[in-house]
Design a protein around this ligand. Structure first.
Ligand code: HEC
Length: 130
């Protein structure tokens, strides 16, 4: 029983579908997402994100039923460095954190736009305490 409580607490802390938490999806945070004033590069990134990533990772990084939100501690720079975003877009991702399935490679996005997407994601993460 004690162990069960502990597991439930961990699932709550992660607030979503960390595989260890045994929930099917990554939920967006409860509070409304803060959208900061974006830098010029981040605005370029927002456009590229909304073309290449939004269908799965959601508007304002909120996530969808096809992919996780980036407003989650799993995706902060200390855990997923910028290189992880480049590798994800170029090689795709085998499902390992969640249960959305695999992420296919995104060959359409240019290196420059991809760099801008990372800036965009980092600025929104920072504004929301991630
Ligand atoms: C067709 C849906 C889809 C699209 C489009 C998509 N992703 Fe993903 N992405 C996913 C899924 C699903 C995962 C979670 C895989 C897992 O279980 O860890 C993921 C995970 C990631 C990760 C985490 C990788 C890791 O090492 O854990 C990054 C970074 C990422 N996506 C970036 C992007 C970027 C940037 C774009 C746009 C250029 C993009 N994704 C477009 C579905 C998608």
């Amino acid at each position: 029983m004690k162990k069960m409580l502990k597991t439930a607490a961990v699932a709550l802390v992660f607030g979503g579908a960390y595989v260890g938490g045994m929930q099917p999806v990554a939920m967006a945070q409860d509070s409304p997402t803060v959208i900061p004033e974006l830098s010029e590069i981040a605005r370029q990134g927002e456009v590229a994100y909304n073309v290449n990533c939004v269908s799965c990772h959601g508007i304002n990084l909120a996530g969808t039923d096809k992919g996780p939100t980036f407003l989650h501690r799993v995706y902060v720079a200390g855990h997923h460095a910028d290189m992880a975003f480049i590798l994800a877009a170029r090689r795709g991702v085998r499902a390992h954190h969640w249960r959305f399935g695999n992420m296919p490679p995104q060959p359409e996005i240019s290196d420059e736009d991809l760099g801008a997407v990372i800036t965009y994601i980092r600025e929104i993460q920072a504004a929301n305490g991630f």
